[in-house]
Each structure stands twice: as structure tokens, then as C-alpha cells.
Write a protein that binds this ligand. Structure first.
Ligand code: NAP
Ligand code: GDD
Length: 346
């Protein structure tokens, strides 16, 4: 029988890459989208047409139960979240509900549909669950690099919500014996990354400046350091975590850290420009509490999953800038009018 996977967050960056990966591996892929199917996908890049859409919302427990009953998946990937860190200060309660409580709701839906209780252990073939945990949970880091045992000290409402979700997964595993794991993923990027995140903001900005569409790029903290990798590499790791005999959590990252300043310098240099002539620091983009530095220790994933990222930082930056140069060039006559998805990136 064909293996069925259900992905929440199918319209996001990771949902896009994970669906491709699972379809290529022969899965039947179902993606959960919010609201009524046609309006929810209007104005957005529709997921891969081979993905079958189901309606559901992480805020709505009955919709999650219904989706799992309908799809009967063998794997559930919970990628849905309010994932942009600055918004989490403005909408802290919504973030807690979607990014934190949403995890509990999916686990409850799985538990109820599978008939699991504290006295009824999961039977063979029970669905496996993947949670998108985040290196943002390390926050004010206690050690460098960070591994699966590093204590958490989240610095944003988003990080707090992810930490709740992370411990909830661990608790369902320990309380009910469910196959539930968390991938603690460090920042991963791609040409379909949301335009509000710094890598894509920079690649779009550099492309626009190179094409003469604008002259400056406003940024916040240039000294923050992140461990940036390519999203396509990270979704492979998610699938590998669910393919193991034992449920365990894993850190995925490159182990290499760069500052925002280095990111900017590399992206501008790729098109032969000097970043100092174009980048303007805007203090309104600074965060109430910053995560200064993140650096992964992905040794466990290398050892037990055989996982290793294939794309380097320099290749990632070049890939994103080249992609945005093509995107803006192809739609240069339509910006703001006929290409809403491009116009909305500004
Ligand atoms: P993303 O592009 O922001 O996608 C987020 C997804 O969540 C979208 O599909 C969005 O759907 C969905 N969503 C939002 N609210 C929802 C709700 N109430 N119910 C159901 N779905 C909802 O994020 P991403 O970069 O792909 O990241 C995927 C996951 O990994 C997220 O949980 C993120 O927090 C986590 N993560 C990401 C990174 C990273 O560097 N990318 C690192 C660590 C962890 P709509 O289109 O309807 O808004
Ligand atoms: N977004 C943004 N915009 N960030 C900026 C800017 C700017 O103009 N200028 C500097 N930065 C700095 C931020 O202060 C932060 O230190 C760093 O760039 C990265 O910011 P983001 O790209 O927004 O990502 P993030 O690290 O806050 O969060 C991402 O990674 C997490 C994993 O560590 C998101 O994908 C989260 O969902 C994810 O969990």
C-alpha cells in the first residue's frame, strides 16, 4: 500500500521542499491548509499539484482529528507555525496558541484517532509524528556549539512557544509510548524563503539594487550570528528521523556560523557590489531581546542518521541571489501590477 504522509504548514518553505522529497520517495502526500481550499490558496504559490489538500487549522482541535481520520497517515509532519520571530512579540498569545498549543492539539488528535490511552499502548503501524522544533529555543546560549543536551533559554515568545511544543512531544513519547520526535533545526533558507527573513530580504534587496530598482537596503542587527543551511538538505533529515526504529530528537545544522554582516557582504560581492554603499541600519528593526549567536553540533545526526548538509553557505547565498535576479528581471515590467506575489515581497 502507498505510504501516506500528512504535512501541516504545506504552503511554507519547508512544506514545499518536504512534499517534493516525499513525493519523490513514492509517498502519497496530503497538505493541510487553513480555511476554504480555493480562497486559502488564492494569491499564494499553490503547493505542488500532486499534493492533496485537506482543510484544517492548528487552532481548531476538531479539524485536526477530522484530517487525521480522513487521511489515515503513517507519518505526520507538524511544520505549521507562526514562524517569524519579531511578530511573536506583537502577537504573543496567537503565537502561543499556534506555535505552542498547536503541537499539543496535533498530538491529541493522533492519540485519540489511534485509540492510545495511558493504559492502551500504541499498536504496530501507529502513525509517526515529527515536530519542527527550533534552535531559537537555545536563545541566550549556555554553551557553543549547541547539541541535543544543551539547556534552553528562549528569548522570544516564539522561542517560548517552541519550547512548550518540544517538551510536549517528549512528554507524549514518555507518557503514551508514541513515536513522536522533534528535529531541533537551525536556520535553513532557500529561494522560496519568506521575504521577511533576513537571508531572503538580503537576496531580494541585492537583486533589486543590482537591477537598478532601488538603491538601499534597511536592516537591523548586523552583528547577530546564525548557522545557516539549505532547506532542501534539512527536509531529508526530517524524513530520516521518522525512518528509525527508536524515536529520538536530533539537532540539524551545519556547524558553521556567519554574522548578518558576512551574509550581506557575501551577497553583494556575488553581484560585484560593495555592501557599505547600500546597507542602512534601521534601529526600529532591532528586537526587544536578541539571540546573539547560534552554532549547531550536528554530530548525533551524522552518526545515527548519516545526515550531512550538501550545500555550503557561499553556495546558498549565490543560489538565492541568482534566483531573485531571475525573478525580478522576469517581472520587472509588472512590479506592483501584474505580479502580486513579487510585489508583495517589497
Ligand atoms: P513558514 O514558511 O513560515 O511556514 C509556516 C507555515 O505554517 C505556513 O504554511 C502557514 O500557512 C502555516 N500556518 C500558520 N498558522 C497556521 C495555523 N493556525 N494552522 C495551520 N497552519 C498554519 O515556515 P518554514 O520556514 O517553512 O518552517 C517550517 C517549520 O519549521 C515552522 O514550524 C518553523 O517555526 C520551524 N522552523 C523553521 C526554521 C527555518 O529556519 N526555516 C528553523 C527551525 C524551525 P499559511 O500559508 O496559511 O499562513
Ligand atoms: N528578519 C530580519 N530582518 N532579521 C534581521 C534583519 C532584518 O532586517 N536585520 C538583522 N536581522 C537579524 C535578526 O535580528 C536575527 O538575529 C537574524 O538576522 C536572523 O533573523 P531571521 O532571518 O528573521 O531568523 P531568526 O533567526 O529570527 O528565526 C528563524 O530561524 C529560527 C531557527 O533558529 C525563523 O525561521 C524561525 O522560525 C526559526 O525557528
Amino acid at each position: 500500500m502507498t505510504k501516506r504522509a500528512l504535512i501541516t504548514g504545506i504552503t511554507g518553505q519547508d512544506g514545499t521542499y518536504l512534499a517534493e522529497h516525499l513525493l519523490a520517495a513514492g509517498y502519497e502526500v496530503f497538505g493541510m491548509i487553513r480555511g476554504q481550499a480555493p480562497p486559502a490558496t488564492r494569491g499564494k504559490k499553490r503547493p505542488n499539484p500532486e499534493v492533496r489538500l485537506v482543510s484544517g487549522d492548528l487552532l481548531d482541535q476538531p479539524s485536526l482529528i477530522a484530517s487525521i481520520e480522513q487521511v489515515q497517515p503513517i507519518e505526520v509532519y507538524n511544520l505549521g507555525a507562526l514562524s517569524y520571530v519579531p511578530i511573536s512579540w506583537q502577537q504573543a498569545a496567537t503565537t502561543a496558541e499556534i506555535t505552542g498549543m498547536g503541537v499539543l492539539r496535533v498530538l491529541e488528535a493522533l492519540r485519540i484517532v489511534s485509540g492510545v490511552t495511558d493504559s492502551q499502548a500504541p499498536g504496530p503501524g501507529q502513525p509517526r509524528f515529527y515536530q519542527a522544533s527550533s534552535s531559537e529555543m537555545f536563545g541566550k546560549t549556555r554553551e557553543t556549539p549547541q547539541n541535543e543536551l544543551t539547556p534552553f533559554h528562549p528569548r522570544s515568545p516564539y522561542g517560548v512557544a517552541k519550547t512548550f511544543g518540544h517538551y510536549t512531544v517528549q512528554n507524549y513519547r514518555e507518557s503514551y509510548g508514541m513515536f513522536a520526535v522533534s528535529g531541533i533545526l537551525f536556520n535553513h533558507e532557500s529561494p522560496v524563503r519568506g521575504a521577511e527573513f533576513v537571508t531572503r530580504k538580503v537576496s531580494l534587496g541585492v537583486a533589486a539594487i543590482k537591477l537598478g530598482l532601488r538603491d538601499t537596503l534597511q536592516l537591523g542587527n548586523l552583528d547577530a550570528e546564525r548557522d545557516w543551511g539549505f532547506a532542501g538538505d534539512y527536509v531529508r533529515g526530517m524524513a530520516l528521523m521518522l525512518a528509525r526504529d527508536e524515536p529520538e530528537d536530533f539537532v540539524l545544522g551545519t556547524g558553521v556560523t556567519h554574522s548578518v554582516k558576512e551574509l550581506v557582504a557575501s551577497a553583494f560581492a556575488h553581484v560585484g557590489l560593495d555592501w557599505r554603499e547600500h546597507v542602512v541600519v534601521d534601529p526600529s528593526l532591532l528586537r526587544p531581546a536578541e539571540v546573539d549567536q547560534l552554532c549547531a553540533d550536528p554530530a548525533k545526526a551524522g552518526e545515527k542518521l548519516g545526515w550531512k548538509p550538501a550545500v555550503s553557505f557561499e553556495e546558498l547565498v549565490a543560489m538565492m541571489v541568482d534566483s531573485d535576479l531571475r525573478l525580478l528581471w522576469d517581472s520587472r515590467h509588472d512590479l506592483g501590477t501584474k505580479a502580486p506575489e513579487v510585489a508583495s515581497l517589497w
